[in-house]
Write a protein that binds this ligand. Structure first.
Ligand code: NAD
Ligand code: MG
Length: 404
């Protein structure tokens, strides 16, 4: 008998949501789209409801009544739940087997953590959840027997290049017999790799979000332009693979063909290669430990003209340096960095600050904001309290900058 996995796609209207639903639509025998969530593009969410017929759907609280009426007028029997509590409700629903955590930013943390505490299989795209609450998340996964599979292409690549024993228990990475020496995160370098800092300073929003290889949501596209994305991914990797930041190197690989690597003590580097298409890591995690057709274009090796590797310039891409610094300082610092960055990216997208101001704002936030040290027993309330302070302080920093 074939078991169908019942899936909740949180952030269904976004870029990761699109890629996930494309796979689910092509594999109806394996997957049942049980629940969907959306935040702004509710027309798109409505279309997805018509296409996938989920049993539950989440929208912002203020939109619940209207959305429910719209569904019932269309003859669709779908229960609508509202707001952040509704997201948690769907993530912990006893009918949900797998939660695809594809909400962007800190907004994704409560539902992702709730899924871990409910022992779900979590397919994690929402890297900010680990940057803010890595230890709490990893502890919850262990305590409640949840499964955490990375969708981020780099982390998914590393996962695939690790032996089964480490895939099943990441603390095994410290066993000398496994011989793991380092992880190598690859980075495309973003749209400004070949441009000067001054050109980067003058960049418009349209230029900043135009990624050379990947098509993604706005926030992660800006993060890729500043390389904050790689900084967040460095922190994400530390938590996912239980390693300190100095065991994780970053290398720019402009072709985005190698998605990351594991270096072993015998000198072997194991890499995962593929077209830059999120459907590959998503399909891997959906079907793990089996494999399914992802619908992505196979790599045309004969057409590849060369793979380059470049050391990142930490002056031009200061956000990457800040991420290492924050990881060394501790969780309170990674929460501040994540919050400051979310506020700064939003300010850039709304035309208040320049692209290169983002790193300055993040650095100022890290040095100025006084927050308590968090130990490994910190809970979600401590984390959210620091997040709030950091957002308020960063708002003030931006106001000052925008008026100067
Ligand atoms: P996106 O902006 O395209 O989509 C974000 C989704 O989150 C949307 O469905 C939106 O409705 C929902 N959302 C936004 N704010 C919300 C809120 N306050 N409450 C509830 N829902 C909210 O973003 P994306 O590119 O799909 O990225 C999603 C996550 O996946 C991010 O954490 C990103 O870093 C990560 N990720 C994305 C890619 C990619 O290729 N797009 C690759 C790796 C990791
Ligand atoms: Mg990535």
């Amino acid at each position: 008998m074939v078991m169908t996995q019942r899936i909740a796609v949180l952030g269904a209207t976004g870029s990761i949501g699109d890629s996930t639903l494309a796979i689910l639509a092509a594999q109806p025998q394996h997957y049942d789209v049980y629940a969907l969530s959306g935040f702004r593009r509710l027309d798109k969410l409505f279309d997805l409801c018509q296409q996938f017929l989920p049993r539950r759907v989440n929208v912002p609280t203020a939109a619940v009544d209207e959305f429910a009426q719209r569904l019932s007028a269309a003859g669709l029997d779908i229960a609508v739940v509202g707001g952040a509590e509704g997201l948690v409700d769907i993530a912990t629903d006893s009918q949900t087997d797998t939660v695809v955590a594809a909400i962007v930013g800190a907004a994704g943390l409560p539902s992702t953590l709730a899924a871990a505490r409910a022992g779900k299989r979590i397919l994690l795209a929402n890297k900010e959840a680990l940057v803010m609450a890595g230890q709490v998340m990893i502890n919850a996964v262990k305590t409640h027997g949840a499964t955490l599979l990375p969708l981020d292409s780099e982390h998914n690549a590393i996962f695939q290049c690790l032996p089964l024993a480490i895939q099943q228990d990441h603390t095994q990475i410290h066993q000398p017999d496994h011989g793991v020496r380092k992880l190598w995160l690859t980075a495309s370098g973003g749209p400004f790799l070949q441009q000067s800092f001054e050109q980067m300073r003058q960049a418009s929003v349209a230029e900043a979000v135009k990624h050379p290889n990947w098509s993604m949501g706005q926030k992660i596209s800006v993060d890729s332009a500043t390389m904050m994305n790689k900084g967040l991914e460095l922190i994400e990797a530390c938590h996912l693979f239980d390693l300190p930041e100095d065991k994780i190197n970053v290398v720019i690989h402009p072709q985005s063909i190698i998605h990351s690597m594991v270096e072993y003590s015998d000198g072997s580097f194991l890499a995962q290669l593929g077209s830059p298409d999120m459907k590959t890591p998503i399909a891997h995690a959906l079907s793990y430990p089996n494999r399914i057709d992802s619908g992505s274009q196979p790599l045309d090796l004969y057409a590849l003209s060369g793979l380059e590797f470049i050391e990142p310039d930490l002056q031009k891409f200061a956000c990457l340096r800040l991420a290492r610094q924050a990881m060394q300082a501790g969780t309170q610092a990674t929460i501040v960095l994540n919050a400051a960055n979310e506020i700064a990216v939003a300010a850039f997208l709304s035309g208040q600050i320049r692209l290169t101001d983002i790193a300055d704002v993040n650095e100022q936030a890290l040095t100025e904001i006084q927050v308590p040290l968090l130990n490994e027993h910190a809970d979600i309330d401590d984390i959210l309290a620091i997040d709030k302070v950091a957002r308020r302080h960063t708002d003030a920093l931006i106001k000052k900058l925008a008026s100067s």
